[in-house]
Design a protein around this ligand. Structure first.
Ligand code: NAD
Ligand code: GLY
Length: 363
């Protein structure tokens, strides 16, 4: 097991990465203020891993409530959030109950938002079971749900008490989901860690073949990058170049997810196509050279990710992007690449260039 820490003063916490962490119940019980937990999962993950967690918790004397939600991005909404509250209330969970998210980013975001708001906030633990959740969504405390008009539009910052990234759970992950997680791994290399990008390029075949050492290293290095960024700008309030950099490709990608309908494109797939658009626009602004844009496309394509955007048309993209959380005082602040391994926030991209970049990257 490797352990990293997210340094947030009294809200600091550990990220444990390694095989068979679901069986190491003490990593959870050590963080519970009382002997009560509610484990939130979904209909895909629960049959695979829920009993492993709840049985060992019960054996350790913890009163456990199980809440199993429908699967998928299309359920990341108020109705499903309310199902969590129904389960908590029906089981008389009090404000010392710790909510444990067991699943991918959708479960983590939903359960985390429930933890942030149930009885004005209860403790929260993340047990991410997708690559995407292990390298990104379980770390940093962003929680929330989608609105039909915009992705992740309602939510709260609520940090977990501990993150357990059990790498053996990735064995059951479908190939398409593994690729989606790799999009976020590649993102860290692109925005701030050129040596990591080079390592990914050299080791992509091992990652795709689920080599345990390669995956563990990619998760650790991704989490180290994320922890550093989050520690520097927890609530994404930095005017420039803070936590927002983690959103490379996301403003374009969120437009795809919202425009096509939640769940059609996986989040990581939309981010991949969005990162190509961001690279294309960076080239048009004179920053990235053409060979580097091709390099971005090549590493994403080798990870079996889309490098061509959904054909919504530039007007629809721009309309949807205008609703993104990256709009501040009416100005769209994009994350672009100064060079490979160095991103920047940029609010001055001419709309004509944004439109041209979208056009160039869509079918
Ligand atoms: P997901 O949660 O939908 O999981 C993908 C699929 O894999 C689902 O069908 C899930 O049930 C299944 N699954 C999960 N673990 C499995 C396992 N071990 N074996 C087999 N199947 C398994 O999607 P995701 O890619 O994990 O997360 C995407 C979500 O995360 C999006 O809603 C996105 O907005 C959010 N996100 C949040 C943050 C954040 O900082 N909070 C960051 C990035 C993404
Ligand atoms: N995934 C972007 C962030 O956590 O800020």
């Amino acid at each position: 097991m490797r352990t990293l820490s997210v340094a947030l003063s009294d809200r600091s916490y550990d990220i444990h990465i390694g095989p068979n962490l679901l069986d190491r119940v003490q990593l959870i019980t050590d963080r519970l203020p009382t002997a009560q937990a509610a484990v939130v999962s979904n209909t895909i993950v629960a049959p695979l891993y829920l009993a492993r967690v709840t049985e060992s918790l019960r054996a350790a004397g913890i009163r456990v409530t199980e809440i199993v939600l429908p699967d998928g991005e299309s359920h990341k909404n108020w109705e499903t959030l309310n199902t969590i509250f129904d389960g908590l209330l029906a089981n008389r969970c009090d404000r010392s109950t710790t909510i444990v998210a067991l699943g991918g980013g959708v479960i983590g975001d939903l359960a985390g938002f429930a933890a942030a708001t149930y009885q004005r906030g209860v403790p929260f633990i993340q047990i991410p079971t997708t690559l995407l959740a292990q390298v990104d969504s379980s770390v940093g405390g962003k929680t929330g749900i989608n609105h039909p008009r915009g992705k992740n539009m309602i939510g709260a910052f609520w940090q977990p008490k501990v993150v357990l990234a059990g790498t053996d759970t990735l064995a059951t992950l479908p190939d398409r989901e593994l690729s989606a997680g790799l999009a976020e791994v590649i993102k860290y290399g692109l925005i701030r860690d050129l040596p990591f990008l080079e390592w990914i390029e050299a080791n992509l075949d091992r990652l795709m073949a689920r080599d345990a050492d390669a995956l563990a290293y990619a998760i650790e290095r991704s989490c180290a990058n994320k922890a550093e960024v989050v520690a520097g700008d927890e609530r994404e309030t930095a005017k420039d170049n803070g936590r927002a950099l983690l959103n490379l490709g996301h403003t374009f990608g969120h437009a795809i997810e919202t425009g096509i309908g939640y769940g059609e494109w996986l989040h990581g797939e939309a981010v991949a196509a969005g990162m190509v658009m961001a690279a294309e626009l960076s080239n048009r602004l004179g920053w990235l050279n053409r060979a580097d844009v091709e390099r971005v496309c090549s590493v994403l394509a080798r990870a079996r990710l889309p490098v061509v955007g959904a054909s919504l048309g530039p007007d629809r993209y721009l309309d949807l992007m205008g609703h993104d959380k990256k709009v501040i005082a009416g100005r769209l602040r994009l994350v672009l690449l100064k060079r490979l391994g160095e991103a920047t926030t940029w609010a001055d991209a001419p709309p004509g260039e944004i439109r041209a970049a979208i056009d160039a990257c869509c079918a």
